[in-house]
Ligand binder design. Structure first.
Ligand code: GDP
Length: 460
């Protein structure tokens, strides 16, 4: 059955040079033909696919030109969705794109749901699920490293690896079933050795992927970080010093009840997500104390804590309170204001926070900031491993699927070792295969699909 025809504005709303309206589905050409009048007077049918044509979009009822546009058609299956598609490149801004979209909708298309273009690319078999998900990671990539991994995933590197394991599992399932169904035939024996060999090899492959998952998740989602310290120790100055870097990113994330601003610091490719920036900045206000209280609450969910202390003074009551809370966490101690001289007893801090790295900086004079960045980078890579080359799983959904597959394979291994009937082993291996299939989309439930694509923006 053919899918209906969908349309959406694929560029962000707001003023810009161009705006793009996308149409995909069986009626795309029919709809575009009705609205588009090329300057060169070729008929719509004569227009070459994947070639831009200049022309006018004309309101078919009111008979006036809405905008001068460039239009390109894509003939199935050579398009993003693998369906017939049309892209209309109009002038940017709010009104022209909106108006053109409305005309397209009035002529038979329906508004696309978030991610529906990419979902169709998946459903039509042009890309697999992990590749489709990579699209959103590319859009949201916070650093160049995160981008590279997402692009690798789009190119199918992760799927290739997963499919390799799936195929190997399938081979052993087939071997077991053949032995059960045709015990008389001349087929290789499904000996416990062969089966165990296969299981162990694949567990190893998956464990290797699992090991790098921590790094992957951080690259994709950012490392949630709290900057904590008494009022006036220099938290916002530090934040600004870190953000001053030309590669710093400030993102708006709309779609939540109130628009939150998330600030990301790029530490040599690791996106560091600063939690509760508002809290840091608020310390300027009357409600100064709330700053510390609020940050203390966030300490629990933070993956990294930057504990800022004013080095030009001795520790205060609030510092001790904070120390109690951050002792057991991944914490870097930042002694700020060293330009005023070090009056703080460093040995005391060391004794109170054993094993924690202490970095001396001056946020004001921009001293020690580079060293702090390096400390953060080293700390993270020491724990989660290199963020360089190779296949890295980034999505939590994929990590969970790999973990489930490993568990099933371990069960399979136990069943062989205990000489259970081969049917049982085959069931566990199938389970593992299915878990991995959730990554590629070979075995996936409809509601899960919806949940995945809901994360996309409209028009993608
Ligand atoms: P917050 O309340 O912890 O966010 O602290 P701020 O960043 O607002 O800084 C409080 C005051 O300390 C401001 O007047 C800053 O200019 C000053 N300050 C911050 N960092 C330094 C520093 O490294 N050296 C000196 N001398 N002053 C600093």
């Amino acid at each position: 059955m053919k899918e209906d025809t969908i349309a959406a504005i694929s560029t962000p709303i707001g003023e810009g040079g161009i705006g793009i309206i996308r149409i995909s589905g069986e009626d795309s050409f029919k709809i575009a033909k009705k609205l588009f009048f090329p300057k060169s007077k070729v008929s719509f049918e004569e227009m070459k696919p994947r070639t831009m044509y200049l022309g006018n979009i004309v309101d078919d009822e009111e008979k006036y030109t809405v905008d001068e546009v460039l239009l390109v058609k894509f003939k199935a299956p050579f398009s993003y969705t693998a369906e017939d598609m049309v892209e209309i490149h109009s002038h940017g801004g709010f009104t022209a794109v909106r108006k053109i979209l409305n005309l397209v909708l009035k002529n038979g298309a329906r508004l696309a749901e978030p991610g529906e273009f990419t979902k169709r690319a998946f459903i039509n078999g042009r890309i697999d699920l992990s590749q489709a998900e990579a699209v959103i990671d590319i859009i949201r990539a916070k650093t160049d490293k995160a981008l590279k991994i997402a692009v690798d995933q789009l190119k199918g590197k992760l799927s290739e690896k997963i499919k390799e394991v799936m195929e190997s599992l399938l081979n052993v399932i087939a071997l077991i079933e053949a032995n059960i169904d045709f015990p008389e035939e001349e087929i290789p024996d499904a000996t416990p050795e062969i089966i165990l060999d296969n299981i162990e090899k694949n567990i190893k492959e998956l464990e290797a992927l699992k090991e790098r998952a921590g790094a992957g998740r951080i690259l994709r989602e950012g490392l949630s970080t709290v900057i904590i310290g008494k009022p006036n120790v220099g938290k916002s100055s530090l934040l600004n010093a870190l953000l001053m870097e030309k590669r710093a990113i400030v993102t708006d994330i709309p779609g939540t009840t109130r628009d939150i601003i998330e600030e990301y610091i790029n530490i040599k490719g690791i996106p560091i997500k600063i939690i509760d920036t508002a809290g840091i900045r608020e310390t300027k206000d009357l409600i100064e104390r709330i700053g510390v209280e609020r940050a203390l609450e966030k300490v629990e969910i933070a993956e990294l804590i930057l504990f800022v202390v004013d080095a030009s003074k001795d520790l205060g009551e609030e510092d001790y309170k904070i120390i109690e809370r951050v002792k057991e966490k991944r914490t870097l101690v930042v002694l700020n204001k060293i330009d005023l001289g070090l009056k703080l007893d460093e040995e005391k801090v060391k004794a109170l926070l054993p094993g924690k790295r202490i970095i001396k900086i001056s946020a004001l004079k921009d001293e020690g900031i580079e060293r702090l960045r390096k400390e953060i980078y080293d700390m993270i890579t020491n724990e989660v491993g290199s963020l360089e080359e190779g296949i890295i799983i980034t999505a939590t959904r994929h990590i969970e699927a790999v973990k489930k597959a490993v568990e099933s394979l371990k069960e399979a291994k136990v069943s062989v070792e205990n000489n259970l009937p081969m049917e049982i082993t085959a069931i566990y291996i199938k389970e593992a295969w299915e878990s991995l299939g959730e990554i590629t989309g070979d075995s996936i439930k409809e509601n899960l699909l919806d949940a995945i694509f809901e994360n996309f923006c409209i028009g993608k």
